[in-house]
Design a protein around this ligand. Structure first.
Ligand SMILES: Cc1cc2nc3c(=O)[nH]c(=O)nc-3n(C[C@H](O)[C@H](O)[C@H](O)COP(=O)(O)O)c2cc1C
Length: 158
């Protein structure tokens, strides 16, 4: 495979563990999409109408700042992992996608969730990187094995 980068945002470690396994399975580099301001437990309370995550979900234009810029220029394929929040990607994922030029590069999403699948394939994010060659992403189980992740990547025919 050509040069591949696995990026991920993870608020509570689930997506991080899958991303680490994926990077190992396919021999890719690994970089975290880190918000400048980390999410506290209170921020993540989806039952609180005033919590940070709820407010960010309600306002589609919010773009939480990144702690450190991520440079994708040296890669042909970029995997983007995130937890599903209300069946879509957290806004900070869009901050990352909109910060780089993905022309000529493939993007593949993967997402963890309690049960939801909708939002994992990445379709909703295409407008944040319209020039990318988007491949269908998928919902991954928190305990998805290295072998299963490697088989999935092979099936993408990158
Ligand atoms: C604000 C918020 C919204 C969520 N919305 C959903 C959802 O719509 N469907 C679902 O199955 N899980 C939902 N979850 C659960 C997370 O997707 C799940 O716990 C995920 O694996 C967490 O990943 P992380 O540990 O990498 O942050 C939500 C969690 C949070 C904090």
């Amino acid at each position: 495979m050509a040069t591949t980068l696995v990026t991920y945002f993870s608020a509570t470690g689930t997506t991080k563990r899958v991303a680490e396994r994926l990077a190992k399975a396919i021999g890719a580099d690994l970089v975290e999409i880190e918000p400048a301001e980390p999410y506290t437990a209170a921020d993540l309370n989806w039952r609180d109408d005033a919590s940070r995550s709820t407010r960010e979900h309600r306002d589609r234009s919010i773009r939480p700042a990144l702690k450190t810029p991520i440079d994708v220029s040296g890669y042909d394929t970029i995997f983007v992992g995130y937890p599903l929040w209300w069946e879509t990607a957290p806004r900070v994922v869009r901050t990352f996608l909109e910060s780089q030029d993905f022309t000529g590069k493939a993007i593949v999403t993967f997402a963890t969730s309690s049960t939801s699948v909708r939002g994992a394939d990445g379709t909703q994010l295409h407008d944040s990187a319209p020039s990318a060659d988007w491949k269908p992403g998928k919902r991954v189980a928190s305990n998805e094995s290295e072998a299963s992740l490697a088989a999935w990547v092979t099936s993408l025919g990158l």
